[in-house]
Design a protein around this ligand. Sequence first.
Ligand SMILES: *Cc1c(COP(=O)(O)O)cnc(C)c1O
Length: 463
Amino acid sequence: MKYISTRGQARELEFDQALLAGLAEDGGLYVPYYWPQFSAHVLAGMAGLPYAELALRVMQPLTGAAIAPDTLKRLIDESYASFDHVAVTPLVQLDHQNWLLELFHGPTLAFKDVALQLVGRLFDHVLTARKERVNILVATSGDTGSAAIHAIRGRDAANIFVLHPKGRTSEIQRRQMTTVLDSNVHNIAIEGTFDDCQNLVKAMFNHAAFRARARLSGMNSINWARVMPQIVYYFHTVLALGGGQRPINFSVPTGNFGDIYAAYAAKRMGLPVHRMLIATNNNDILARTLATGKYTLCEVQPTLSPSMDIQVSSNFERLLYEANSRNADSVRAQMESLPQSGSFTLSPGAHDYITQQFSAYRVDEAATLNEIARTFAETGMQIDPHTAVGRAAARMHTREPGIPMVTLATAHPAKFPEAVEKATGIRPQLPPRYRDLLNLPERCTILANDLASVEAFIEANIQ
Ligand SMILES: *Cc1c(COP(=O)(O)O)cnc(C)c1O
């Protein structure tokens, strides 16, 4: 499989090259040259497969010749063995028409593990084969950093440096990062905000001499390899709920648009995904875009669902590319106008294409807490604030009789205990295998919000 850039001016790459590149050289995002097809007949034959086997069938056409099938199988098996539920992404019924898809059974209790556990192993495999080493640099407000650390710890081909804003993550999120003591893991607490961390990371990537000297690499959610493993759980769900023959709706708590774009990709591969609900918190850029046809940047507002507090939904560019019939020139013109004008307008055709398949709902803070309480009253289950945004959006959507609605549960409630306790009166408990997290020793270096100090620390710690 070849990968091409949404902006049309970068080299075509094989899967392994796109994995290491992340962003394309022209600033665009890599997408597969064509969508592999699964016919209704083939889908019917895949129903009931264990998760890892299904994952191999869905991803093999996307990795193509770049990764040998038996290697891919081994990496998938190892990745999902680290989950604490044998179904990997189990479905839980809420009422006669609604289900939750639990994506939080991995090592850091949020859905990012589903992709990053495999991406970490793919990085290690590809780099080892090329006899290369890299230093992965990540800025995090909480979830991405811990998932990336747990994906890279103990691997030979990479070190990881994670910058988080000192004192501004939850204690659980911090400890999931700082209690990992492997020698290739480096936590840096920056005296500043998440934006400061992100600006430091960008500055290091833009500092050409440092970037080359430190052999920097990224793992953020614009990497195609992070989207790909997420396609699998849509197949798993649609096959479990309707044998692949019946249409299913999905409500997806959305930030950077990676997770819901994977639903769209599954649909393009032949899966009967019906409507996709973009569930946003107060940071509602996508809800405004669907309503008005205009994508307009705003200030980020902090919310109870911090992993969705974003200003730019980077993966939306991949949908824009398809909505513009893969016309890279128009995507490039629209994306390049964004930094100067702070907005761009969708063509009428692209706007229609998107609203025919997607609906978007904004869920504010009060509605988020209310949803946690209501789900608890109705089912006895505690859901985290991100999942609650998804559930509330599903309720706002007009019922479509006969079409099941699946809401993605993107984090375990114990990762956000304050909001859940506030709404339900009961503090959610960590699963047994994480109970000693609060007693483990931590290792972390505190640095000022200063580029030179951070670069010096990284250079001193590269083996
Ligand atoms: C990252 C994250 C999201 C948002 O996913 P995107 O792919 O960025 O849209 C939602 N919920 C949780 C818990 C997350 O960590």
